[in-house]
Design a protein around this ligand. Structure first.
Ligand code: ATP
Ligand code: MG
Length: 162
């Protein structure tokens, strides 16, 4: 079992350390879920890609949040920023390699991060949702179905399988 909160706190610390633009990056845990069966390397890949996008596509005073919560059968991570947003005509290409939206200006990138995120999610049967508005920020939500054992409110629980 993975300690999700410790993992997120560490990740945020590492990102703050190499954060040149002085964004504020905050981790919020709803506290209803602490441990779960997930592959640490896969989760690392997904969250660093989403968080580095949040940093890259936000103004220097950007406020970025990583939010962890839990439903009875799912672990949910949300990465929120108040950056440039994603134009609606680009949504259909969002997870295609080498595609970038036309509002990125001088911000550099190769258009690979989200393609990697999508592949990683497939391995874990995860889902991804985006809620975004040009100039109004972006929020990515990822959801991992969870079967077996999780720790909820410090109690080891065995989830009934469907
Ligand atoms: P790479 O991640 O390979 O360095 P990239 O950031 O351009 O390059 P992706 O992470 O795949 O590539 O993102 C694809 C495109 O989606 C980006 O170029 C950008 O247009 C848009 N995008 C992704 N995340 C955000 C975000 N948080 N805010 C605004 N636009 C975003
Ligand atoms: Mg990227």
């Amino acid at each position: 079992l993975m300690d999700l909160e410790a993992f997120c706190i560490n990740l945020i610390e590492d990102l703050q350390f190499c954060n040149q633009q002085q964004h504020t990056i905050k981790f919020i845990s709803q506290g209803n879920c602490t441990h779960a069966k997930l592959d640490e390397n896969i989760l690392y890949s997904i969250l660093t890609n989403l968080l580095s996008n949040a940093m890259k596509y936000s103004p220097p005073e950007g406020r970025i949040f990583l939010i962890l919560s839990c439903e009875p059968h799912a672990i949910i991570f949300q990465v929120k920023d108040n950056g440039i947003g994603i134009p609606s005509e680009f949504h259909q290409h969002l997870f295609e390699p080498f595609h970038r939206a036309n509002n990125v200006g001088k911000i550099v990138g190769s258009g690979l991060g989200l393609a990697v995120v999508k592949k990683c999610l497939e391995i874990h049967h995860g889902e991804i949702y985006v809620d975004t508005e040009v100039g109004g920020g972006t929020s990515f939500t990822i959801k991992f179905p969870q079967q077996g054992t999780v720790i909820i409110n410090n109690k080891l629980s065995r989830l009934p399988s469907d």
